[in-house]
Design a binder for this molecule. Sequence first.
Ligand SMILES: NC(=O)c1ccc[n+]([C@@H]2O[C@H](COP(=O)([O-])OP(=O)(O)OC[C@H]3O[C@@H](n4cnc5c(N)ncnc54)[C@H](OP(=O)(O)O)[C@@H]3O)[C@@H](O)[C@H]2O)c1
Length: 251
Amino acid sequence: MELQNRTALIVGGTSGIGLGLARRLRDLGGTVVVGGRRRDRFSDLEAEGLGTVEIDVTDGASVTDARDDVLAQHPQLDLVVAMSGVMLTEDLRDPAHFDAAQRSIETNLLGTIRVTDAFTPHLIARGAGALVTVSSGIAFLPFPLMASYAASKAGVHAYTEALRAQLAGTGVEVVELVPPAVATAGQEKVNPHALPLDGFLDEVLSLLAQEPTPNEVLVQGVQMHRWAERDGRYADLVAQRSQALQQLPGR
Ligand SMILES: NC(=O)c1ccc[n+]([C@@H]2O[C@H](COP(=O)([O-])OP(=O)(O)OC[C@H]3O[C@@H](n4cnc5c(N)ncnc54)[C@H](OP(=O)(O)O)[C@@H]3O)[C@@H](O)[C@H]2O)c1
């Protein structure tokens, strides 16, 4: 896809991967709005040339209000990234985990659906543009410590496949970004294998720039997760990743 001079909204762009992507698109001449709940970050983000919009993807009215604000200011919007996500660990032997399960599904899966629903009519009416969803390597190779997170991201993958099929012929591209561990959101403190954000974004941008745009943006570091089942490594890798369950109290 063309990456120069896009008019983009990155929901979940107030920090981490989303903010990094927003800065890259801005540096390519784009007009970029980032969305999130943390209004206290907005003045700094605006000072670096990004637009901002308050949005809570767990709240349908907040999503449609944000959509109306963004489209009023940027009727030429042609790229929407549904990046919002929470990454929570859970102990499934303790029913108290349900709160984390609910937050994960509400934010990561239903939030993605709310955001895509809000902008699909606009993009279809333009007859061009792109919707980018964000899953995870964990959608394809579970990390048992993050059970509902994995379920939510596997859901994002399945939903994205269906969305792409349903929007075929409308001129709207549907792309799934599948990050491996990236050194954001505290990953840098707990996961020595997390990719530095800049290197990850270099790979993401060069994959996104391909024509045609790949359906799934798979950097080198996520190939193992994505293809574990095909490559016969799934059971061994899940067993290896299950060792992290020892971090739970009482195990
Ligand atoms: N980092 C990794 O290792 C990794 C790996 C695979 C996939 N991912 C995915 O990549 C995405 C970005 O993650 P990140 O690492 O950049 O984490 P991050 O820095 O914590 O970013 C998460 C973003 O989501 C937003 N968000 C969370 N809850 C929201 C809500 N209810 N409504 C609106 N926005 C909300 C946050 O904004 P506010 O707090 O301002 O609302 C923030 O902008 C997530 O979907 C994550 O699951 C990350």
